[in-house]
Design a binder for this molecule. Sequence first.
Ligand SMILES: NC(=O)C1=CN([C@@H]2O[C@H](COP(=O)(O)OP(=O)(O)OC[C@H]3O[C@@H](n4cnc5c(N)ncnc54)[C@H](O)[C@@H]3O)[C@@H](O)[C@H]2O)C=CC1
Ligand SMILES: O=C(O)C(=O)COP(=O)(O)O
Length: 529
Amino acid sequence: MAPRVLISDALSPAAVQIFKDRGIEVDFQPELGKDKDKLAEIIGNYDGLAIRSATKVTPKILENAKNLKVIGRAGIGVDNVDIPAATARGIIVMNTPFGNSITTAEHAISMMMSLAREIPAADASTRAGKWEKNRFMGVEVTNKTLGVIGCGNIGSIVADRAIGLRMKVIAFDPFLSPERAVKLGVEKVELEDLLKRADFITLHTPLTDKTRNVLSADAIAKMKKGVRIINCARGGLIDENALRAALLNGHVAGAALDVFAVEPATDNELFNTPNVICTPHLGASTSEAQENVALQVAEQMSDYLLSGAISNAVNFPSISAEEAPRLKPFVALAQNLGSFLGQLTEAPIKGIRIEYEGAVAQMNTRALTSAAVTGALKPFLQDVNMVSAPVVARDRGITIEELTREKGTKDYDSFIHVTVIAEDMSRDAGGTVFQDGKPRVLEIRSISVDAEFTPNMIYVRNADKPGFIGRFGTLLGDNNVNFATFALGREKQGGDAICLASVDQEVTQELLREIESIPQVKRARSVRF
Ligand SMILES: NC(=O)C1=CN([C@@H]2O[C@H](COP(=O)(O)OP(=O)(O)OC[C@H]3O[C@@H](n4cnc5c(N)ncnc54)[C@H](O)[C@@H]3O)[C@@H](O)[C@H]2O)C=CC1
Ligand SMILES: O=C(O)C(=O)COP(=O)(O)O
């Protein structure tokens, strides 16, 4: 069945066409994001959800999103998505990190120029027939200092354009390297310094717990008198009450705001405050940017839903379209090895170690590790998947260790070895993918075997003594269970031995008990893949 995608925000219709061209069923309901009850009611029918900032993806929506695999944000900020809740449900969250950055930077510059020359107020007054030539006295931006808070993609474009306007640009961004600052032509400063020196301050950080209210009452008090503030990032970055007070007492000469603490902002105290310019979250609203982000998000979501390729996910490492088919059998191998060990484990798991040897060590091991952890946890937690597994493991105090050795110690190009450390004991198994693309288990408890993973298998630990195979075969025959394949391995002659048999029928607990009554058998378990 074709995957189904819901577009619940005003994306460019270009996205609809991409989904259709890729063979995905798409429902375009651009107003639905505003109706959270309706969204919660129908979200269960979709594999993908494409959004902008109007759709709030809350835990309640996610609870109903039983089939949802991917949320695609046609834009940058993902603060309207509960990422931990999406991750815990195994849902990929992806954005389009560059598609609207020039447009947003241009909006910030437009807002700065509008503030400097009071263009919106002058426009309204002129059209009202007032011709107030003496009322509006602007300021030049040339030679003024612009303070950029958050100098990432958008902040750097703003800095570049401001330098073109002959401004001096200072930037506060803990992650801005001194080399990058030199390259951009900005002076890297601390926040205090920026607040004291800037004539204009523009915000370009994401909204996080660290950046919320970065322009607090305290910060505003440290600014130069007559400062002008531009916010085209997120409303929560400024304490709106403190800003209003500073505008009213003249400490701040003006503020240009594209974003607000509560959106849609239809009733905000700042609207009746002097020297404020407002736009309704238009930072990304140009036809160029909207086309860019819509096309990109539709392609990314289609890639993921159709081939498992992942780009620009904020909660999972990228897997390119070329890499996805190559990685797929190794994902199956890692997951099956983890699953095999998870199914044998009875005591709580304390840790999982995954070792990669040879060519596989160069692959996307984070994705493979997630697959191994998924396999190990699935026997206990049905809903876990590759996206949620690392978080689920961390929340349960399970340590995940990943080791890579580019030079293999085995006779295979690639080898994955998984160890599940439980409170009672550790179990391990290793394997590879053969030329036929099928994963094989080649080692269990350091004993060599060679078996494919099939839906119904019996795993037996026994003593390497004559008589076991005959009795085992007879018992299965008597119970109408047919062997498909049969793999044996032993530590040494007469020592510990193992057997992994693939059978065509389901294996009952009763049959396992009978197998365990064969004198050479120490343990018999059914494992399913
Ligand atoms: N108004 C609008 O329509 C739009 C708003 N945005 C907003 O702009 C934000 C920035 O976008 P990009 O530049 O593309 O993101 P980015 O990730 O390229 O840059 C963000 C920068 O903020 C810095 N940063 C993080 N924490 C910080 C802190 N505590 N103090 C100072 N700097 C900090 C980071 O180091 C990074 O360099 C987005 O998160 C989004 O919320 C983005 C597009 C459109
Ligand atoms: O990309 C972003 O972060 C934006 O804020 C743009 O929001 P929008 O898609 O215009 O609702």
